[in-house]
Write a protein that binds this ligand. Structure first.
Ligand code: 3HC
Length: 292
């Protein structure tokens, strides 16, 4: 099947990024949110990002031409004619399943449903619909506009032609797709999460300061961000949630949350988005490590 119209559920950090790269690739995009103010915030971020790309000369069209392919809605009915719907709402299994069940009744019979979940079982989400063979995972990375990867996740029920269509769709978005299957964490988080949690444990055990741990991995391994900076960037609440799902699945200590991560989350220090995490972002251009 040919994908022409893309639906996106959620206009947060990930949803707006997915909408942006889809519109940039030439697709007509409709983004669903629960309230107009979330659409306004997401679209403002998209406009800022498109302006940056235009400034650098990496956008084939004007930002306005890309923006014209993006529509926001608070009415799910507006997704009825989408060929693929990518869901990027909050990682809450009950909420996600409710949305899928409602969308299943509205969307075209042959529309593909994709979830951007980072850790919830794609198979479990699929079970909320009557289209198991047309359900896949498309896991993007933050910031979506810049990160080249998309994990294309199949379940035991995914139809091969649906998988191939989704894989090609990933390519059309300018991403490098990798093939993986519905095992918690897929490829990236399976490897990344234990590394990030080990960085927290190293700090807890006094192996190094926050800055030194970050600089060690940045400068010693050529990573763009140190692990504690990356944790603040991804969101400590998000990572904490992922640890629960992964620990529950594998029952291995490497996936369990270190006590410090839990304390930071309980304190409401979720990282960059709340202005505090391993670092203090009062001056966003010059984050200072917190005394933890
Ligand atoms: N849109 C357009 N341009 C953007 C942008 C955006 N949203 N964000 C940044 N840029 C531009 C900047 O303006 C800058 O442009 P310039 O070179 O012309 O000045 C350029 O991109 C580089 O940005 P910065 O100078 O601010 O910072 P960096 O060079 O460090 O790059 C980064 C930023 C790409 C985020 C880089 O630090 C990086 O790759 N970090 C690691 C991110 C990562 O690992 N993400 C995955 C997280 S895991 C995940 O998402 C999975 C989930 O399930 C948990």
């Amino acid at each position: 099947m040919e994908i022409k119209k893309v639906g996106v559920l959620g206009c947060g950090l990930m949803g707006s990024g997915i909408a942006q790269v889809s519109a940039t690739a030439g697709f007509e995009v409709t983004v669903l949110e629960v309230e107009q103010k979330f659409l306004d915030k997401g679209f403002a971020g998209i406009e800022k990002s498109l302006a940056k790309f235009a400034e650098k000369g990496t956008l084939k069209e004007t930002p306005q031409a890309v923006r014209a392919r993006l529509k926001g809605t608070t009415n799910m009915q507006d997704l009825a004619d989408c060929d693929i719907v990518v869901e990027a709402v909050i990682e809450n299994i009950v909420e996600k399943k409710k949305m899928y069940a409602a969308l299943d009744a509205i969307a075209k019979k042959d529309a593909i449903f994709a979830t951007n979940t980072s850790s919830i079982s794609v198979t479990e989400l699929m079970s909320a619909t009557k289209r198991p063979e047309r359900f896949i995972g498309l896991h993007f990375f933050n910031p979506v506009a810049l990160m080249k990867l998309v994990e294309v996740v199949k379940t035991i029920a995914t139809a091969p032609d649906v998988y191939d269509t989704a894989y090609e769709f990933g390519k059309k978005l300018g991403k490098v797709p990798v093939r993986t299957s519905d095992k918690t964490g897929f490829i990236v988080n399976r490897l990344l999460v234990p590394y990030l949690l080990d960085a927290v444990r190293a700090y807890e055990e006094g192996v190094g300061s926050i800055e030194d741990i970050d600089n060690a991995m940045k400068l010693g391994c050529g990573y763009p961000m140190g692990p504690l900076t990356l944790l603040d960037f991804v969101g400590l609440d998000t990572t904490y949630y992922i640890t629960h799902v992964m620990y529950d699945e594998f029952k291995e200590r490497r996936f369990a949350s270190p006590p410090l991560l839990k304390r930071l989350v309980m304190a409401g220090w979720y990282g960059k988005k709340t202005g505090k995490g391993f670092y203090d972002y009062s001056d966003p251009s010059n984050p200072k490590p917190n005394k933890l």
